[in-house]
Design a protein around this ligand. Structure first.
Ligand code: PLP
Length: 637
């Protein structure tokens, strides 16, 4: 393709994108395809010869689009928004056109410097303290664009780990690093995003997952008690990841409380993950949600969620950039340049070396909307969420399950988790609306997020009408099913009563001969289990076991370590969330004390017990189940 054709095709592409976005509501929001659908439509090999552009574009419409979930669709209310806007698309296009790889200042000075400036702009607009801004006099901090919030959490945990290990090594110069590493403990709430757990797996550190309060907010006292308990067990708290705007219900950890408590544990890194909610802090009235940020060592938010910026653009600020980069610096000669000491080299701020010119799209967005335009957009989404909340509250069959502070509303039908699962499943299957569930406080809830850039009040009303229609249909069917079940059971019970009475009549002389039966005919009442008819009184089915755990430890790879620690056993559950199992370490065993790692033998015992239990429950297991159990054991080995 030469530049003449690029001009032509470029204009056609812009036309295609505009048509796509303008006519989105004519499409199903989610595709109706099965896994592997595309394999049947595309050839198994790449074409040997160049193909015609028009044919490629026809295939986009005929083969690709049927498998696309339309995240910008006005009926898409799942997850959090996927930022998108024309200025951002054009900014990305320009970045792609320039095509530089800005890993160091010298590799493309504008790429580095614009990133620093734009991050300072956004940091100020959000209301971050001055020490997070790179260009503020005397500041040691600064901002960087990462690919995702997960990466922000990972690099901050890596930095905290490096800092903690350095400190421990200085205190215990003759202790092997692997042993020191096995002592490190990170903390987060049960409501934190799973990326914290993934980061802990990558960092090879233990993670203690704590119970939040009834509002899904992690409290200072909970953190304090957990850390104190762990220190007594010989563990070393080194990192706390808090969340402002949790994924499940947009809840806020109590940052002021947590920050205050952490002052009793000097050296512990406090991270704030505000992937979605952080964008909203550009509105003055929402800044109180950022209270406590003065205690934080790092903060991240994703403009690619809620600031009209396309993926990928996840912004991270740190209080001390040297503490971040010292965990990640590798300096081969071929990457050194004359200004290494005077300029920022963003390759030291993250995992990849190569970096796109991502600040361009954020720069285009900030300039073309202005902070006021972005504030208007955020407020508009919040207003829509409030409207949806009101609609839910008006229908007494439903309940609201979160404090609606931003654009996310969590709701459910009053009734069982199963009922709500069914409701969501039939709505999503219809392709008319898309929402996702979450488990908050061990209850199944449905998340409704205001997502589309130009969503209107009518869109919200329309979505609610769809939900109500499906709920009516479901409740009617449920009631019908319940009634027929009651009738069936009654029929069976009456039959059983008659049969039993007959048997007793012929075998019991007291019944057979009323003369000897002073008390008369025995009462044959058989109590029916009272079936639930009214929706309001339907029992809540708990999906979790009734055992209450104060906290979990995700110890994903800990069995690989063999600590020689002989301390007393911990009473804390170990959680292998990725294996969907949990165990309690036995204090009587070697290697199972707190602060040490569960040994492979213990894990094998555990798996064997699990396997026996499984065999008792389902004695005839399919070959697949057998394979699964043995692969779990392989994993643990
Ligand atoms: N943290 C929070 C609070 C989130 O809500 C999400 C995703 O929704 C993430 C982290 C992960 O974001 P990313 O996909 O950018 O890694």
């Amino acid at each position: 393709m030469d530049s003449t054709e690029f001009r032509k095709r470029g204009m056609e592409m812009v036309e295609y994108i505009c048509n796509y976005l303008e006519t989105l509501n004519e499409r199903r929001v989610t595709p109706s395809v099965e896994p592997g659908y595309l394999r049947h439509l595309l050839p198994p090999e790449a074409p040997q010869e160049p193909e015609d552009w028009d044919q490629i574009m026809r295939d986009v419409e005929d083969k690709i689009m049927p498998g696309v979930t339309h995240w910008q669709h006005p009926r898409f209310h799942a997850y959090f928004p996927a930022g998108n806007s024309f200025p951002s698309i054009l900014g990305d296009m320009l970045g792609d056109g320039i095509g530089c790889i800005g890993f160091s200042w010298a590799a493309s000075p504008a790429c580095t410097e614009l990133e620093t400036i734009v991050l300072d702009w956004l940091g100020k607009a959000i209301g971050l303290p001055d020490h997070f801004l790179a260009l503020k006099e005397g500041s040691t901090g600064g901002g960087v664009i990462q690919t995702s919030a997960s990466e922000c959490v990972l690099v901050t945990m890596l930095a905290a780990r490096a800092q903690a290990l350095k400190r421990l090594k200085a205190q215990h110069p003759f202790v092997e690093e692997g042993h020191l590493l096995s002592k490190l403990m990170a903390y987060c709430s049960k409501e934190a995003h799973s990326c914290v757990e993934k980061a802990a797996m990558i960092c090879f550190v233990k993670l203690r997952i704590l119970e939040p309060d009834d509002d899904a907010s992690l409290r200072g006292q909970t953190i304090y008690e957990a850390m104190e308990e762990d220190e007594l067990q010989g563990l070393v708290p080194f990192f706390v990841s808090t969340t402002l705007g949790t994924t499940g219900s947009c809840a806020f950890d109590n940052l002021p409380e947590i920050g205050k408590q952490l002052q009793r544990f000097p050296g512990v890194w406090l991270h704030v993950d505000a992937a979605y909610a952080g964008n909203s802090f550009i509105c003055p009235e929402l800044k109180p949600l950022l209270k406590g940020i003065e205690y934080a060592d790092s903060f991240n938010t994703n403009p690619n969620k809620w600031l009209l910026t396309n993926f990928d653009c996840s912004t991270l600020w740190v209080r001390d950039r040297i503490r971040l980069t010292s965990a990640l610096v590798v300096d081969p000669l071929y990457l050194k340049h004359g200004y290494s000491d005077a300029a920022i080299d963003y390759r030291h701020w993250g995992v990849p070396l190569s970096r796109r010119f991502r600040s361009l799209k954020l720069w285009f967005v900030l300039r073309s909307y202005g902070i006021s335009g972005l504030q208007h957009y955020i407020r508009h989404h919040i207003k829509l969420a409030k409207r949806f909340e009101e609609l839910v509250l008006k229908d007494k069959r439903f309940e609201i399950c979160n404090q609606v502070k931003l654009g996310l509303v969590c709701f459910r039908l009053k009734g069982s988790d199963k009922l709500n699962e069914k409701l969501l499943s039939i709505i999503n299957e219809s392709g008319k609306l898309h929402m996702v569930p979450a488990s908050v406080g061990d209850r199944y809830i449905i998340r409704f997020c205001a997502v589309a850039q130009n969503a209107t009040a009518e869109d919200i009303d329309y979505a609610w009408d769809i939900i109500v229609d499906f709920a009516n249909e479901l409740l009617e069917k449920e009631q019908h099913d319940e009634l027929s079940e009651i009738m069936n059971r009654k029929k069976q019970d009456t039959l059983a009563q008659k049969r039993s009475f007959f048997v007793r009549m012929v075998s019991d002389p007291k019944i057979y001969n009323p003369a000897i039966n002073k008390a008369g005919t025995p009462k044959l009442s058989m109590e029916l289990p009272s079936p639930v008819v009214s929706r309001g009184s339907a029992p809540i089915i708990r999906t979790q076991s009734s055992v209450d755990h104060n906290s979990w430890i995700s110890w994903p790879l800990a069995f690989l370590f063999n600590s020689s620690n002989e301390e007393k056993g911990s009473n804390v559950s170990l959680r292998f969330r990725h294996l969907d199992t949990n165990v309690r370490p036995s204090s009587s065993r070697r290697n199972s004390g707190a602060g040490s790692s569960p040994s492979p033998e213990n894990e094998l015992d555990y798996v064997n017990v699990q396997q026996q239990q499984l065999e008792q429950r389902c004695p005839r297991r399919s070959p697949m189940a057998v394979r699964k159990a043995s692969s779990t054991r392989d994993n643990l080995n």
